[in-house]
Structure formats: C-alpha cells, structure tokens
Design a protein around this ligand. Structure first.
Ligand code: NAI
Ligand code: SOE
Length: 397
C-alpha cells in the first residue's frame, strides 16, 4: 500500500488530538493510504523529543521550515496558533506538499486568500480541520437535508458557547488580535458557520446585523504563555496587557436558499462548557444537535400525521450506509457504545487519506477554498458589528 509521511507543525492541544488521530486511524479504518507519523515540530521549551516518544512520531524537530521543505514529507499538518497558519501553509505548498490546516483557516482574510491562491498554484490537496462535521450526528443531519427529508430550510439557529475565559485566564495568544485574528468569533463562530453551511448545503449571502463585545479588557501577562492550552495556570504577575479581541459575537444572516439564521459565540457563557450546536427547521422536518450530547441527533418528522409528530432522539451509533446506518460508526463500536471528541479527528484523518488516494470522502471535507468562504462570513460579520450595518457577502472577497 502507498505510504505518506506526515509532519505535524505544533504540539499543543491540537497537536495531541491530531497525533491521536494519525495514530488511531489505521487501527480502526481500512485506510487506502498508510500515514507514517514522520516528524513533529515543537518549540525547544516544549520538549518535542518527549512529545514524539509519547505520541509515536519517528522524529522531533525545532525548525519548522526545514521540516516542511524536507523531501521525505508528503503531508504537512498545521496546528499552530492562527497567525502562523499562513506562513507554514505557504512554505509547505511552495515545497509541493499536501496541507491539512487547523481552523479558522487563517487569522486574517488576506492571509486566507493568499493560502487559497497558493494552493491553486501548487495543485496539491488541502484540508481544514472543521472536525465537528465528522461527528456521526452532524454528518447524519447533512444526509437528511441532502436527501430532502427536511424540505426547504427556513430557519437556522446556531450557538457555540463556552465558559472558560474569566479574569483568571492570562493573556494567551487567543486574546491577541495579531496572533488569533479575533476571539470567540474566529474560534467558535467559525465552527458553527462551517457546520451550518455543511448541513444546509447553502452559502451565507448577507449579514443582517451583528454585535461584538469584550467584557474583560485587560489580562495578566504570565510566564510560559507560548503553549496557550486551556489547562495552563492563571495570571500570576502584576503586569497587565490589553485584550484586543472579542469575548462574544452575535449576528443574524441570510442563506442562499432563503433561510434566515442567527449565530452566537461566547467564551463567558457560564454553565456552557463546550456547547456547540444548531437547530435547523425545514418545511418537512427539523433537526437539533448539541455537542455536549454528541452521539445524539434530534429529528422531527413533520410529514407524519400531526397526532404522532414529535421530537425523536436518534442515537447515532448504528453502523452502515445511509439511510440505514450512521456515517463512520461501523468502524468504531457496537450500537450505543458511544464515541467522543477525539473520534471526529480520526474520522477526518480517514477522509483525508481517502481524498489523497483519489477516493471521495465519507461526507464533504473542506479544502482551503471552502474554509475561505467561512472566513468571508467571519470578516463580514465583524464588519457589520464595527460599522453597525448590514453587509452583503459580495463586499468581502
Ligand atoms: P496551543 O497553544 O495549545 O498550541 C500551539 C502550538 O503551536 C504549540 O506547540 C506552539 O509551540 C506552536 N507554535 C506557536 N507559535 C508558532 C509559530 N509561530 N510557528 C510554528 N509553531 C508555533 O494551541 P491549540 O489549542 O492547539 O490551537 C492550535 C490551532 O488549532 C489554532 O488554530 C486553533 O484555532 C485550532 N484549534 C482547533 C480546534 C478544533 O476543534 N478543530 C480545537 C482547538 C484548537
Ligand atoms: C477553545 O475555545 C477551543 O479549543 C477552540 O479553539 C476549538 O476550536 C473548539 O472546538 C474547542 O474550544
């Protein structure tokens, strides 16, 4: 079987989840191409050698430019903070490598556009890790809409709420516009914009108002912030720095098929630890998803007699092809032996390998151009908030 040497650039939170995915995928899926965990890059202080030994990478490195140029590498996987996606991806594309990049595709729209152009010139495959598409319940929602079970889509409501960003959290890269691009918006709205574009199969055409707020305007500058993982300690120095991103962004939008939509992203929504989800209402039925109950999809079939209409909770753990089974599940455990966060990444690693081997992915997988469309929506809604007006997506290219 053909092999592909993978290089991972970054070893923080996503470094661990992607390492797990690349390690597990060949065990659970009949991969059409064998991924070889060749090299992991990390900063000197992060001890990449230890990381490599823990997670099964053959080599460790502290010079990412040399790694992406190496003739041995076939696929570069980018798991750095957002500002570094573009330089790493561009260098990898210039060296003719396939690139898989974390979300949002970039910190800025200009960087995202350049990445799309570089990918087109390189003529290689690109992927963006919008992993929630690959929860079986979300993939099932996509299949239900695609097969016409929901009829015409009229309403979309999407939220991504977290509650980790109180005053005790220091000024990580996630709070610095030059490193992150935006706050909860690019971090969280990016996921639900992608998920709702994926499930509805439609594009957002207009932002009909938006509001952005930063509640905590200064944070402590703590030592050792480079890693930036959520589990790191609080600010323990007296030096404070400016927060230059939002804590929350809410916006209203229109989809190309005529549906109206609302989006909410927040990092201080007390009581919501990682609650991302949507409700989508169509003329023939509706679906609801909540990641905190990720194995379930709520489905309402409005074509049934009114007397028996009601929400059904589908346990999305039955293997097999649609309409009898749920995507990805036959490669995991028996019915109702539930899966978790990391499985979405392994499912995505499988689909990346399928595309690299010339096969269709299980469900559509975003490339750089697709993720650029999500970035345009992010940009348009920030513009709407800043200028307090409606913004047509045509304005934002
Ligand atoms: P992190 O802060 O935990 O790790 C970042 C890693 O990048 C570290 O190993 C660091 O050494 C490295 N790095 C920092 N600056 C760099 C540079 N200039 N060049 C090369 N490497 C550099 O960050 P985390 O949480 O792993 O996030 C990384 C990316 O993954 C972000 O784009 C974030 O938005 C995305 N993410 C996606 C998630 C998803 O659900 N798909 C979940 C969490 C993060
Ligand atoms: C932090 O808000 C974070 O890790 C995001 O960066 C991810 O994209 C999200 O899925 C989980 O939360």
């Amino acid at each position: 079987m053909e092999k592909i040497n993978v290089a991972l650039i970054g070893q923080g939170f996503m470094g661990r989840s992607h390492s797990n995915a690349w390690g597990q995928v060949r065990r659970f899926f009949a991969v059409p191409m064998m991924p070889v965990m060749h090299t992991v890059f990390g900063q000197e202080a992060e001890n990449p050698q230890l990381f490599a030994e823990n997670w099964g990478w053959q080599h460790a490195a502290t010079d990412w430019e040399a790694v992406v140029r190496s003739p041995e590498i076939g696929l570069v996987d980018v798991v750095t903070p957002n500002y570094a996606h573009a330089p790493v991806a561009r260098a990898a594309l210039a060296a003719g490598k396939h690139v898989a990049c974390e979300k949002p595709i970039a910190g800025t729209l200009a960087d995202a556009r350049e990445m799309v152009e570089a990918a087109e010139s390189a003529g290689v495959q690109t992927f963006v890790w919008f992993n929630y598409r690959r929860c079986p319940a979300v993939a099932l929602a996509h299949q239900l809409v695609e097969s016409g079970r929901l009829g015409d889509i009229r309403h979309v409501r999407a939220q991504y709420l977290q509650d980790w960003a109180d005053e005790s959290i220091p000024l990580w890269w996630r709070f610095d516009k030059s490193l992150a691009g935006s706050g909860a918006h690019g971090d969280l709205n990016a996921h639900i914009i992608d998920m709702t574009r994926f499930v509805t199969g439609q594009e957002i055409t207009e932002i009909c108002g938006a509001i952005a707020e930063t509640f905590i305007k200064q944070r402590a500058i703590a030592s050792g912030m480079a890693g930036g993982g959520l589990a790191e300690g609080g600010g323990d120095t007296a030096t404070m720095g400016e927060v230059t991103v939002d804590d929350t962004v809410l916006f209203l939008a229109r989809f190309s098929g005529g549906a109206v939509a609302s989006f909410e992203a927040a990092r201080q929504a007390t009581g919501n630890q990682n609650r991302n989800g949507f409700e989508i209402n169509g003329t023939k039925g509706s679906v609801k998803f909540d990641f905190e109950r990720m194995n379930e999809l709520e489905y309402y079939d409005a074509t049934l007699p009114r007397a028996v209409q009601g929400w059904n909770t589908i346990m999305c753990t039955h293997g097999g092809a649609f309409p009898d089974g749920h995507p990805y599940v036959e490669n995991w455990w028996p019915d109702a032996h539930v899966i978790g966060y990391e499985h979405g990444f392994t499912n995505q690693a499988y689909d990346i390998l399928r595309v690299l081997a010339g096969q269709p992915p299980t469900v559509p997988i975003p490339d750089f151009n697709d993720a650029y469309q999500t970035q345009r929506v992010l940009e348009a809604s920030l513009l709407a908030a800043e200028q307090r007006r409606w913004v047509h997506l045509e304005e934002v290219k």
